[in-house]
Design a protein around this ligand. Structure first.
Ligand code: HEC
Ligand code: HEC
Length: 413
């Protein structure tokens, strides 16, 4: 994998001046360049080869590169760098605004989405010849707006490496439970062109039955596809995996850079960087805290560890017990958390169990950041019809000291 794409990218935009856009000021104009590899959240997995480390640092640069019109920015975009929604590979600060027409219950999607001709994602900024932003229509009782915070990207190599069989085993085990906890795999299709780098997977366009692992609703199976999807959807940067610009109010099919904007090497470099991101350092846990996590049934969904594939191409991630604290399954979290949107098999009320990784670095919790503390996040598992209600009751029944111990443990993961 020669990162030729990176060279193009470096020469055009890396330390580039802020984008001179035809429309409006860049949302990234306030961001500061960060120091590479000094963040405790932005470091490579220990023990990887010098060659992989080099790719990690090159990928880190590509992840924070700011894209300009000359690079292919436009027609409509949300932000101009991956890092602006995943600062230091973490969660946010950037986010995505979603919009959907719902029925009168406020969370079931309406079959008529004609008020949203360009889909359910707002892309307010424009460049590359476009004249209009893609913003929500005037507010109406049927229009539901919601936010999705950029998820952390560290530790995601482990998620990609987990064996399909493990996830299927957990789904089957949960199906036998009698306490209402019954997560489901989001079976998704591969919605990109085939990747010429066939080391991680050989998926073909339209291939179905894959296990969705990434995104708040587990809508994508692999990190290269997620990179191409994010580049196209969040930054209007097309690539060989996703060669077409998304539908937009100006009806444009290209921007100032004719053809695809990013090379396949850049997409694969971004994916490799994320695969190599370590799980932030954890202290050895207190046994009693681990027992509480189990007793309150947190571990039923936030499964402490899952086994990875033996043939995963990064040796440090192959055939290990990945300490990810998720089952990668979708759970019904109740109506209060429902956002009105579906994704593959995921319903409006279903969410992927959030991996409990590096929570101490987050400013806010849950898919839209509505919880400001870990305790608030737990209490909001208690929505109408939520699978986690019993678990919240068990949490609430703990003594104040035990609650503190559990919260401290969750925050240290
Ligand atoms: C405008 C903000 C924004 C930008 C820019 C952005 N992301 Fe994201 N990212 C998000 C949001 C929001 C999610 C959750 C998406 C979902 O639920 O499907 C996400 C999720 C992810 C995930 C899934 C993590 C997980 O735990 O499942 C990966 C990987 C990722 N982004 C990589 C990237 C890469 C690579 C880029 C640049 C090419 C990028 N993102 C650019 C907002 C952004
Ligand atoms: C039925 C499955 C289930 C159980 C049981 C459960 N959770 Fe969760 N948890 C989830 C899901 C799904 C999410 C993501 C919800 C969202 O993003 O809106 C989540 C999110 C979280 C978050 C927010 C993480 C973030 O990155 O924003 C924390 C913290 C958390 N859970 C802790 C706990 C603790 C502690 C317990 C036990 C008291 C627990 N959970 C029990 C499924 C579960």
């Amino acid at each position: 994998m020669k990162p030729q794409g990176l060279r193009d990218l470096l020469s055009v935009s890396l330390f580039g001046v802020l984008p001179l856009l035809s429309g409006c000021e860049s949302p990234d104009s306030q961001s500061h360049p960060k120091v590479i590899a000094e963040d405790p959240t932005d470091i490579p997995i220990a023990g990887v080869s010098a060659e992989l480390k080099k790719l990690f640092f090159e990928g880190d640069v590509a992840f924070d590169a700011v894209f300009l019109e000359g690079d292919g920015l436009g027609p409509n975009y949300i932000r101009t760098s991956c890092g602006s929604c995943h600062a230091a590979a973490g969660k946010g600060p950037g986010s995505v605004q979603k919009m959907v027409m719902v029925k009168s219950d406020g969370f079931t999607p309406d079959s008529d989405q004609s008020a949203l001709p360009w889909g359910s994602t707002a892309r307010p900024y424009y460049a590359g010849g476009a004249q209009k932003g893609l913003t929500p229509p005037p507010s109406s009782p049927n229009l539901k707006l919601s936010t999705r915070i950029g998820l952390a990207t560290f530790g995601r190599g482990y998620l990609e490496a987990i064996e399909d069989r493990e996830i299927e085993r957990i789904e089957a085990e949960q199906a036998k439970r009698t306490d209402g906890i019954h997560g489901q795999i989001n079976r998704v299709s591969y919605q990109s062109q085939a990747n010429p780098d066939r080391r991680y997977h050989q998926h073909q366009p339209g291939q179905t039955g894959l296990i969705g692992r990434f995104g708040h609703k587990a809508r994508i199976a692999t990190l290269d596809e997620f990179s191409a999807d994010a580049a196209q959807g969040d930054m209007s940067m097309t690539s060989p995996l996703r060669p077409t610009e998304l539908a937009n109010p100006d009806g444009l099919t290209d921007d100032k850079k004719p053809g695809v904007d990013l090379t396949i090497d850049t997409i694969n470099l971004l994916a490799e960087y994320m695969r190599l991101l370590a799980i932030p350092k954890r202290e050895a846990p207190q046994e009693q805290a681990v027992a509480l996590f189990e007793a309150a049934q947190c571990s039923a969904c936030h499964v402490p560890s899952l086994k990875t594939r033996a043939d995963y191409p990064i040796a440090q991630l192959a055939a290990v017990n990945a300490p990810v604290f998720t089952d990668l399954l979708l759970h019904d979290m109740g109506t209060e958390l429902a956002d009105g949107l579906t994704d593959g098999k995921a319903s409006s009320r279903q969410w992927r169990t959030a991996p409990l990784i590096g929570l101490r670095f987050f400013q806010n919790y849950l898919h839209d950041g509505r919880a400001k503390t870990i305790e608030e996040a737990i209490l909001k598992h208690n929505g109408t019809g939520s699978e986690a209600r019993g678990s919240v009751e068990k949490y609430q029944a703990l003594t104040p000291d035990d609650k503190q111990l559990l919260l401290k443990y969750v925050g240290s993961l």
